[in-house]
Design a protein around this ligand. Sequence first.
Ligand code: MD3
Ligand code: FE
Length: 225
Amino acid sequence: MRSKAMPPTTFDLLADDDQQPARTEQIGEQSFVLRGFALPWVEQLLPVLEKILLAAPFRQMVTPGGFTLSVGLSSCGTLGWTTDRSGYRYTRIDPVSGQPWPAMPEVFSELAQAAAREAGFHHFEPDACLINRYLPGARMSLHQDKDERSYDPPIVSVSLGLPAMFLFGGFERNDKSQRVPLFHGDIVVWGGVDRLRYHGVLPLKDGYHPQLGGQRINFTFRTAG
Ligand code: MD3
Ligand code: FE
């Protein structure tokens, strides 16, 4: 325990709680990892997420090529991303429930906007939040995000739960990719010249996170329409 009479030491700053100040790492010309940026918001995000998932539970979707994605998907916002045998697209209606996707909670868009601004992208107005759930073994192979109407707005991604190894590639599938570990509370912002870079996620390792359990959840905010 730290005595009030003692000045705080560096050791105390690390020992007192596990929340470290957010730090920004640049991983591309216009791509930034905001370490721990979401940590102060997590308590607010989780109950809201639970409500969304009651209306739009995670489901495993099929690609046009007939492969089932290992990642479970849901969405909130005006537009939700889906894939089936006939292609990838954004829809206003959740094809499973037949209802509009759950609205984007204010706390979600506020966080996404604050992160975009921190990375230098002002006036970010996301209309789609894809929610990805990785259980151990789930992965996302290298791909580009090309289903949005404009590539001008950035993309903001929030990582929660188990850590994952993110692959950040180039503009062609075979370009060498860098590996970036993403931890609970990290936010990544991609925009401008990096918007169409290939990216993916290595298979999730087994583990246990005190708040999320044995899974990783990723929110991807986009201006899709
Ligand atoms: C990099 N999701 O949903 S973060 C995706 O962690 C997706 O669930 C991954 O790739 C995940 O499409 C990676 C999001 C991400 C999104 C768009 C990008 C990273 C990006 C666009 C360009 C470069
Ligand atoms: Fe992607």
